[in-house]
Design a protein around this ligand. Structure first.
Ligand code: GAL
Length: 670
């Protein structure tokens, strides 16, 4: 991690909300907890530039000096996610306009329109001033640009955005003919003959051209990225020695294409907040970490924000139970993070987030949360040697945000088509089997994987469909779930039957979709229950592995298998749930040669990080019962040597197995 030989520990720190005496207490407590990195200044623009072009760095100078004296490093924020009041007053044209035509006010946070020249100029100004002032400050070890691009709003329909959209379209299509062809504007009389006839896809009388919607989403992600790159380049020029990052929201930011974004940061950093209401929220957290590691190219990444306990913005802000804070943090470390940071160090007394948990809650240092924060700091020091080790996965799950953008537009064949639901279902089944997955883009090199899963791949372009065919032909194994391969990159149906781009790899075609009524089910010859969806499949080279025994698709294939070259492609034409999905995946994992140990006890999360000389096995027990797992090794925290690790209810164990010592791969559940 930047500037350190240690796992990073800390959080967002907002000293502008406190007096100097409190800063001194804070720093003392940070040291006690083993905190070595804090993110400062993220929301300080109003203090740092009280009037346009006038800077006052006194508070930042002082707090950075104090932190440095205490040996605490700083991840210095550019404060561009919350412009000051003078900015909004002087440049009202920079305000974001929503799709409904509402111009957003201020008094909150939220950047100006990413396409606003005034916003960009102001953001560049404060960024340059910070870069100049702190280029050589010994406390500053990295830059934290902005905050969560894409939140709270990601699309802007202002006049400046429309102009920027047209320029983006000109670059993409070259000519209006190209645009008219890509958008299929002969439909509903939409032909464009002048560029200034092209608008953002505003709310309209009926549904707006889906290709236009999709391009506006691409444009909006790119406009935000341009804002980031503009700040990053200022910082890189002033401080080439310091890494630059911005905090992502991995699987939770539906408006940003992180495969593209991750290439632009020096280190991938991510924020993750539990879906408190869900009993399986630790599985979703694991999924988010695996996705983050994957966009980071399997290099170590940073958990930049999570919460010690409840957040303040969910319908029910449920407090974490004892031990949950450590399990959540260490699950991200198990899945490749070399940093554990929280939002935020000290709970705010005023403002919108006063009911949000913190490392130091309102209840202070005698609280359970603070004790758990101190204990976690000690654990991180005990496991420092895992830093830099890698997670290795044999299974990849395909994730293409463009496909999700397109699938989520209006007028689809069933309201039950939900890409996120299918991805979670397949991911969760593998999590329960202790199988770690990477995420991959469908056009990526997949040759390193024994098995590739495509639970939701509605949009497939020619590059991706050729890539998937090549992967299978060369000996790969793929599972594709229904409503995949339906459209190309313009949300248009390729010529011929569904699933256009996947017909060859799957060896079948679909005459008609047969979505179910609500709660309707059907029986399959495999014994499984079909829900929600069926296709009227015409088999080509594929063979049926399961057929519908009854219902609207009676006699039709529900699960098929196609041999292509040296590999195999399965198609699952219905929604399988629970044990049905699990049993199907067991078969596929076995036939794909993926080594799976015995299934871990319910609620036991098992993940490994690999170093050249050792395997680190993380055992995180999310259940209320003690669990055992056969793994020979040394407990990094207690020093105890075991052949079988007993993990207390709600507890964690992290074991080191030397590569030339006990065989870590024979590990299994008991
Ligand atoms: C994050 C944000 C933080 C804080 C936190 C509260 O999305 O980056 O600034 O608001 O949520 O959960």
């Amino acid at each position: 991690m930047p500037g350190s030989t240690k796992l990073r520990y800390g959080g967002d720190y907002n000293p502008e909300q406190w007096d100097r005496a409190t800063w001194l207490q804070d720093i003392d407590l940070m040291r006690r907890a083993g905190i070595n990195l804090v993110s400062v200044g993220i929301f300080s623009w109003g203090l740092l530039e009280p009037r346009e072009g006038e800077y006052d760095f006194s508070f930042l100078d002082e707090i950075l000096g104090l932190l440095h004296e205490a040996g605490i490093d700083v991840d210095l924020g550019t404060p561009t996610a919350a412009p000051p009041a003078w900015f909004w007053k002087k440049y009202p044209q920079a305000r974001v306009v929503t799709r409904e035509g509402v111009t957003l006010g201020h008094g909150s946070r939220g950047m100006g329109s990413p396409s606003s020249a005034e916003y960009r100029r102001a953001a560049a100004g404060i960024t340059s001033a910070l870069a100049k002032r702190y280029a050589d400050h010994p406390a500053v070890v990295m830059w934290h640009v902005h905050n969560e691009y894409g939140a709270p709003v990601s699309e802007c329909y202002s006049e400046q955005s429309v102009l920027a959209f047209r320029e983006w379209l000109q670059r993409r299509y070259g000519s209006l003919d190209g645009l008219n062809a890509a958008w299929g504007t002969t439909f509903w009389s939409q032909q464009y003959r002048e560029w200034d006839e092209v608008d953002a896809p505003r709310l309209s009388a009926s549904i707006v051209n889906p290709a236009q919607r999709l391009d506006f989403k691409r444009f909006s992600s790119d406009a935000l990225l341009e804002s980031f790159v503009m700040e990053r380049d200022i910082l890189r020029a002033a401080t080439p020695h310091l890494p630059v990052t911005t905090n992502f929201m991995a699987t939770n930011c539906p408006s940003v294409d992180y495969w593209k974004w991750a290439r632009e940061v020096d280190v991938v950093a991510n924020d993750y907040y539990l879906v408190a209401e869900r009993e399986d929220n630790h599985v979703l957290a694991a999924m988010d970490s695996d996705f983050t590691r994957s966009i980071a190219g399997n290099r170590p990444w940073m958990l930049m924000e999570h919460s010690t306990s409840a957040v303040n913005w969910q319908p029910r802000n449920i407090a974490k139970r004892p031990g949950e804070l450590a399990r959540n943090s260490l699950s991200s470390v198990a899945r490749g993070s070399d940093a554990v940071l929280f939002f935020q160090f000290r709970a705010s007394r005023y403002g919108a987030e006063k009911f949000h948990s913190a490392m130091l809650p309102h209840a202070g240092e005698t609280s359970r949360v603070w004790r758990e924060v101190e204990a976690l700091g000690a654990v991180l020091q005990g496991i420092e040697e895992v830093r830099g080790s890698r997670v290795e996965a044999r299974v990849a799950l395909l994730w293409d945000v463009e496909s999700f953008w397109a699938q989520d537009l209006e007028w689809r064949p069933s309201v039950e088509l939900d890409h996120r639901e299918r991805i979670e279902a397949y991911y969760s089944a593998l999590w329960r089997r202790g199988v770690t997955v990477d995420f991959a883009h469908p056009s990526a090199d997949l040759s390193g994987y024994d098995l590739v899963l495509a639970p939701a791949l509605y949009l497939v372009d020619a590059t991706s469909s050729a890539n998937l065919e090549d992967y299978v032909a060369a000996g790969g194994n793929i599972v594709v779930s229904y409503f995949s391969g339906i459209v190309n990159e313009n949300d248009a149906v390729p010529a011929g039957p569904f699933p256009g781009g996947l017909r060859t790899v799957l060896g079948l075609s679909i005459e008609e979709f047969l979505p179910f009524r609500e709660k309707e089910t059907a029986s399959l010859s495999s014994g499984a229950t079909a829900r929600s969806w069926a296709d009227d499949i015409v088999l080509g080279t594929a063979e049926a592995e399961a057929t519908h025994l009854d219902g609207r698709a009676e006699g039709r294939a529900a699960i098929t298998r196609n041999a292509l070259g040296a590999g195999t492609a399965w198609y699952v034409a219905t929604k399988l749930e629970g044990d049905d999905l699990g049993a199907f995946l067991d078969t596929v994992l076995e036939r794909s040669g993926v080594a799976v140990g015995p299934v871990p006890a319910a609620g036991l999360e098992v993940v490994r990080r690999e170093a050249p000389d050792a395997t680190y096995t993380f055992l995180l027990n999310h259940s209320e019962q003690e669990a055992s797992y056969d793994v020979a090794g040394t407990d990094l925290v207690t020093g105890e040597t075991v052949d079988t690790a007993v993990v207390p209810a709600a507890g964690v164990r992290i074991l080191r197995t030397d590569r030339n010592g006990a065989d870590a791969t024979s590990a299994g559940a008991r």
